[in-house]
Design a protein around this ligand. Structure first.
Ligand SMILES: Cc1cc2nc3c(=O)[nH]c(=O)nc-3n(C[C@H](O)[C@H](O)[C@H](O)COP(=O)(O)O)c2cc1C
Length: 340
């Protein structure tokens, strides 16, 4: 009870919070889910409570369910700020003018049911500003009665929760990418192992025959397996891209350990030379990602030299200071890895 009985409210006690997220923080306990007032009418605007309603940054409207189509009879300044409509453009209209093409009809039905049952509800739904910009509206509405229990008004507050919804969406998308990445990595890895067996056996068969009529199809199959292997590596690189795991890595060791794989990938036509500076410090990189990057550059180099040639992979230590910005990096010590 407030103002010596001028208005009475039923505390929400968490009851109307029927949606999964509550924009005001924990479940609403103390705020009212319905009110009973002793003075109807909107004329009294000289007290501090009216000033508070006009000053708050929370958009607020009142509608009159006793008029046809339950129109807005009051909208505060923050409601105008939120929606971009002027007061005279909203007074006399049902709030559904905020809805549009992508507004969830189920959310609208929740509002409709609550209005017809004279009860509070909080719903998040997509609304549109005057200029057409969509925004997520966390709308809470509740009934206001007179002392005889007659419905006088509906009160509603609207909160723009677009930023939260967008970051939640981005997070969900990132999680989805992560699972796709894991799945792809697993498949690509297993598939690559199978291709290795195929390639190995084809190589063996090739080494055991001089019969041209057999060699041609075997060579074709071998090339196809090699291409399949390249594709799986690209898949693996894609999968890894979705979650970079940087850790201190010795680039020289990485290149040496990966060397055989690199040589096999470019084939006998291309010579791979290493020019690794001793004692390069550990670099903070995702090793798998770097391996795939090296492999990719090498395969491109091979494709650019159909008659064969030489590729050099080198490492060196670099200090970036004045020239750091040109490399889009903050100043500091780096380990450079070159392929030429
Ligand atoms: C006080 C009050 C405020 C409302 N505010 C909004 C609002 O901000 N956005 C919205 O989409 N609907 C709002 N509504 C809901 C619509 O006015 C309407 O009740 C809803 O669209 C369901 O009715 P309909 O199916 O006749 O359109 C509000 C309703 C009331 C009573």
């Amino acid at each position: 009870m407030q103002g010596e009985g001028q208005s009475i409210g039923i505390p929400a006690a968490g009851e109307h919070e029927n949606v999964s997220y509550n924009p005001t923080g924990g479940p609403g306990i103390h705020h009212w889910q319905e009110a009973t007032i002793t003075k109807a009418g909107l004329g009294e605007r000289g007290n501090v409570f009216f000033a508070a309603i006009e000053m708050t940054r929370m958009p607020i409207v009142l509608t009159d369910p006793n008029l046809p189509d339950n129109p807005i009879v009051f909208a505060n300044r923050a409601f105008q700020d939120l929606t971009g409509y002027q007061e005279d453009e909203v007074l006399g209209r049902n709030c559904r003018f905020l809805q549009g093409a992508h507004t969830d009809r189920e959310a609208v039905a929740e509002l409709r049911d609550a209005v017809s049952e004279h009860r509070a509800v909080s719903v998040e739904l997509l609304n549109y500003k005057r200029d057409g910009t969509p925004f997520w509206n966390a709308c809470f509405l509740a009934p206001v009665f007179d002392t005889d229990g007659k419905l006088l008004y509906f009160f509603a507050s609207q909160l723009d929760v677009t930023r939260r919804r967008t970051s939640e969406q981005a997070f969900r998308q990132a999680q989805k990418m992560e699972s796709i990445g894991q799945l792809t990595a697993g498949l690509a890895h297993d598939f690559n192992n199978l291709l290795q067996v195929v390639s190995g056996n084809l190589e063996l068969a090739l080494s055991r025959t001089d019969d041209e009529s057999l060699r041609r199809p075997l060579e074709n199959a071998s090339r196809a397996a090699e291409r399949g292997s390249k594709l799986t590596k690209q898949l693996l690189a894609f999968a890894r891209k979705t979650r970079l795991e940087a850790k201190p890595t010795n680039l020289n060791n990485l290149i040496v350990e990966f060397g055989e794989m690199l040589e096999n990938s470019v084939g006998p036509q291309v010579e791979v030379q290493l020019n690794l500076r001793p004692r390069v410090p550990a670099a903070l990189v995702d090793p798998v990602h770097l391996e795939m990057a090296v492999l990719n550059v090498l395969i491109n180099a091979r494709d650019a030299m159909p008659k064969g040639g030489c590729v050099t992979i080198g490492t060196s230590k670099m200090h970036l200071n004045g020239n750091a910005a040109a490399h889009h990096l903050p100043p500091g010590d780096y380990v450079a890895h070159d392929q030429g």
